[in-house]
Every structure is written in structure tokens, then in C-alpha cells.
Design a protein around this ligand. Structure first.
Ligand code: NAD
Length: 474
């Protein structure tokens, strides 16, 4: 009996993607080995008091994949299934992601092996604060060392606890707030961070859909308007991806969550779906939609764009042949296994890869870090001055032409440069520029064949340049 080879692990998939792209770079083996290697992994086991007086030993990790730029940066995941290999895979993706979007950080990732959905808030707070102590004791957190952020299972609340704990351990440290990003706005966060990954995804999708030739070869019209989208996951990334797709004129025809999926070709409103789920405890039986009890089946429905925004390893050798989406927009980290990637490649599916597509989160985290270090809100100093200059210019045009602008024209011609609009415009610029870099790499070297390989190729070259300029590899 012939046995089919065991599927690669998530970590092996990342290494496979790296090696596939590295082969095109011509860099020496030693340099590529250093870029690929995870520089350090710390594993902790720490005690946490339960409400009933029992003591539970909790496992946690922090992997710092690359120190070619400092600080290192990466989210913290709370999941019962997480292990060291997954943390290393996620840390490596962070290194390549930061390079793709020119965010000057090395990659890192942290995790705590708990199911956050079954824990009381007080327990989560104790675990988060204790985990922060572990990081601090080992110099694995600090504005210039390593800066965590949210990932699956964590959010603004956990980031606020981390900042508060770090500040208590470092009284008077001026830049302490920059020790973590993704905080609530009232606790040193930045407007636009919570929705940044979803917003960035839709900028990435819009950019890809504007490539008329690519759309023609997929049999699709150019632009986002009317594209039929399926979103897997209704957490931070999935919810905001659905929202911005809808706002940009696409139709979210299905939403997929662990308990099943719902389909409505006329389009779903993500807020109404969230409200229904809160009220009934399930997404199923949403009024007007067809319920699908096995969530995996919904990934194979006919659509233009599939957005896996939940977990890694969702598109595999098993289901990839049946995936009908023409475009895969990777909201999650590592949703496509290397075997599935080969199948999708052969089918001509356009995969917009995680290390580019979901980089909006770390991009706006970078803006938050800059805000914390400068101790001033973006736009605070120049907003009024810019608005006055704009008004004076319009007035000059009115005097010269005799034509007067109405309030709508004025509002669009003199935009208010407040924090949110500055953040969103910086995010859009980052996503558009990175897409152009990747697309250009593919145009120059068609042998790269796809956007993922081109994204890894550009990331490896940027990191290699940083090492070479340090003189480590003359
Ligand atoms: P989250 O915890 O807010 O949401 C994840 C959602 O996925 C949950 O609602 C969960 O119920 C759902 N889910 C889990 N298994 C599923 C399944 N089999 N089918 C359908 N849904 C399932 O996490 P998040 O922050 O939205 O992160 C999601 C993914 O995006 C992760 O891979 C994460 O690493 C990646 N990511 C997150 C950010 C960020 O800023 N939060 C940035 C970049 C990448």
C-alpha cells in the first residue's frame, strides 16, 4: 500500500515559500540561512491563581525571528491549540511582512496556550499581566526591544493590560506606551488600528482588481464593484474585511464561522449578522439566508473572491481542487498550505498572499508606535493651518474665476487632516506602493510566477540588503 506523504506543518509551509522564492535571488546560502532562521524562541510556564484558589500552570512563548531591524514586532495569540512551531511560523511571516510593506521592524510572535472564550475576564487579566511579567523579566518587551500587538484571541483590552503592566514595572519611562500597539485610543492607541487589517485587505483587493489584464485572464471585470465575496471568520479581520468589501461595492454573499455558514447572493450585512449571532448564539438561520451546517463546505461555493480570515491551513490539498473562487485574499496568516498553493497556481487562481494582504495591521501598529514616541496625535499641529491654507486657495480661485464652490465641493477640496484620515491615507499609500513593488518584481521576472513568490522575493532582497549594509556578509 502506498502512503501519501504527511502534509507539511505550518512552519514547513513558510520555509517552503521562503526557499521557493530564495532560489531566484542569487544570495549566498549562508545569508539566506540567516534570513530564514528563527533567531530566538523563549518558552515559559507560569502559575496563575484560579478564582477557586487552585493554581494552574500556563504555557506561553515569544519567538523573535529576526533582529535585522529593531524593535521586533508581532502579535500575541491566545489559543488552546497553539504550539511552539506555530509561533515560529507566525514570527517568520512577520519578518517578511514588515519587509514587504517597508515597516522597519524585525518579526516576532507570542502566544499563550489557553482558550480565551472559556475564561472569565478576571482570569484573562491575571494571565495577561503575568505573561507580560515573563516578557519583561527576559527583556522581551520594550519600545526599542520587542513590541507586541493583537492577534487571534486577543484585542484592545489585552493590549491595555500589557501597557499598564509594563508601565508599572518601568515607572517614569517616557516612551513606555510604545511597548505595545493595538491599544484602545484612550490608552495611547491610534484611530484606525482596530480596523486596519480589514481595511488594508480591501485596499489590496481593490489594487489587484484594477489590473485589467489580470482580471481579463480570470474572466472578471476590472474593479471591485459587484464582485461576489465569501469571508471565513467573523473576528477582527473577517468582520472588517466584510465591512469594507461591502462599502466598496462588492457583495458579501457568504460568511463562514465555526458553527456553519450562511449564504445570500443578494448580499449580507455584517452588522446585522453579528447582531443575529449575539441574539441567537449562532450565525445560522439568519433571516433570508440559506444555512450551511458544515462550514468547510462553504469555502467551495461559487464566488469571485474568497477571504480566509480565521486560521492557518484552511485551504489544503484536499479542498483546493474544489475551490471555485478566482481570487484568494489571505486575511489570515498561512491559510493556504504549500500543497494547496501548487494546486491553485496550476488552476490560475490569483492568490493575494498573507505577507502582503494582511499587512495593514502592522502598518498602522507602526504609526501607533511613532505616535507614542512623538507623544502627539497625528495632525494636531498642522490641521488648522492646512484647512486655512486650503480655504484661502479656494477663495483665490473664486475671485479669479467668478465661480463659487458649494459646501460639498469645499469639504472634498479641503479635506480635514485629522488622525484617522492621516492614518488611512498612510495605510492606503503603503498598500498601493507595496503592491506595485511586488507586481513589478513579477513583471521583471515572470519565472517567479505568482504574487506570493514575488512578495517573498522582494522581502528576502530587502532583508539581505540590510544585512549586507551591516557588513556581516561582505
Ligand atoms: P479573532 O480571534 O478576532 O477572529 C478569528 C475568528 O475566526 C474567530 O471569530 C473564530 O471564531 C473564527 N474561526 C476559527 N476557526 C474557524 C473556522 N474553522 N471557520 C470559520 N471561522 C473560524 O482573530 P483575528 O485577529 O481576526 O485574526 C484572524 C487571522 O488573521 C489570524 O490568522 C491572524 O494571525 C491574522 N491576522 C490578524 C491581524 C490583526 O490585526 N488582528 C493582523 C494580521 C493577520
Amino acid at each position: 500500500m502506498t502512503m501519501s506523504p504527511a502534509p507539511r506543518s505550518f512552519e514547513d509551509n513558510v520555509t517552503f515559500y521562503f526557499d521557493r522564492a530564495a532560489a531566484f535571488t542569487g544570495h549566498p546560502k549562508g545569508l539566506l540561512d540567516q534570513i530564514r532562521a528563527c533567531n530566538s524562541v523563549h518558552a515559559f510556564q507560569f502559575p496563575v491563581h484560579q478564582a477557586d484558589g487552585r493554581i494552574e500552570v500556563v504555557r506561553g512563548w515569544r519567538a523573535e525571528h529576526s533582529h535585522h531591524k529593531l524593535p521586533t514586532k508581532g502579535g500575541i495569540r491566545y489559543s488552546a491549540a497553539v504550539d511552539e512551531s506555530e509561533v515560529k511560523a507566525l514570527a517568520a511571516l512577520m519578518t517578511y511582512k514588515c519587509a514587504v510593506v517597508d515597516v522597519p521592524f524585525g518579526g516576532a510572535k507570542g502566544a499563550v496556550q489557553i482558550d480565551p472564550h472559556t475564561r472569565a475576564v478576571e482570569e484573562l487579566e491575571r494571565i495577561t499581566r503575568r505573561y507580560t511579567h515573563e516578557l519583561a523579566k527576559k527583556n522581551l518587551i520594550g519600545p526599542g526591544l520587542d513590541v507586541p500587538a493583537p492577534d487571534a484571541g486577543t484585542g484592545e483590552r489585552e493590549m491595555a493590560w500589557i501597557a499598564d503592566t509594563y508601565m508599572a514595572l518601568n515607572p517614569g519611562l517616557l516612551d513606555a506606551m510604545a511597548c505595545v500597539t493595538g491599544k484602545p485610543v484612550t490608552q495611547g492607541g491610534i484611530r484606525g488600528r482596530k480596523e486596519a487589517t480589514g481595511r488594508g485587505l480591501v485596499y489590496a483587493l481593490r489594487g489587484a482588481c484594477l489590473q485589467t489584464d489580470d482580471m481579463r485572464s480570470l474572466g472578471l471585470s476590472a474593479g471591485l464593484d459587484g464582485k461576489r465575496v465569501i469571508v471565513q471568520g467573523l473576528g477582527n479581520v473577517g468582520y472588517h474585511a466584510a465591512r469594507f468589501c461591502r462599502e466598496q461595492g462588492a457583495t458579501v454573499i457568504a460568511i463562514v464561522v465555526p458553527e456553519g455558514a450562511i449564504l445570500d447572493v443578494k448580499g449580507l450585512d455584517e452588522d446585522a449578522v453579528v447582531e443575529h449571532r449575539k441574539r441567537t448564539g449562532s450565525i445560522l438561520e439568519f433571516p433570508g439566508a440559506t444555512s450551511i451546517s458544515r462550514s468547510v463546505d462553504a469555502l467551495e461555493l461559487d464566488c469571485d473572491v474568497l477571504v480566509p480570515a480565521a486560521l492557518e491551513n484552511q485551504l489544503t490539498a484536499d479542498n483546493a481542487p474544489r475551490i471555485r473562487a478566482k481570487i484568494i485574499l489571505e486575511g489570515a496568516n498561512g491559510p493556504t498550505t504549500a500543497e494547496a498553493d501548487e494546486i491553485l497556481r496550476a488552476k490560475g487562481t490569483l492568490v493575494i498572499p498573507d505577507i502582503y494582504a494582511n499587512a495593514g495591521g502592522v502598518t498602522v501598529s507602526y504609526f501607533e508606535w511613532l505616535k507614542n514616541l512623538s507623544h502627539v496625535r497625528f495632525g494636531r499641529l498642522e490641521r488648522r493651518l492646512q484647512a486655512a491654507a486650503g480655504r484661502r486657495l479656494l477663495h483665490g480661485i473664486e475671485l479669479a474665476t467668478g465661480k463659487f464652490f458649494d459646501d460639498t465641493d469645499r469639504a472634498s477640496l479641503v479635506p480635514v487632516a485629522d488622525e484617522l484620515s492621516i492614518v488611512n491615507s498612510g495605510l492606503e499609500d503603503t498598500m498601493v506602493t507595496a503592491y506595485q513593488d511586488i507586481r513589478e518584481a513579477l513583471r521583471r521576472q515572470p519565472a517567479l510566477r505568482d504574487l506570493r513568490t514575488a512578495a517573498f522575493f522582494t522581502a528576502i532582497n530587502k532583508i539581505a540588503r540590510a544585512y549586507l549594509e551591516l557588513g556581516i556578509f561582505p
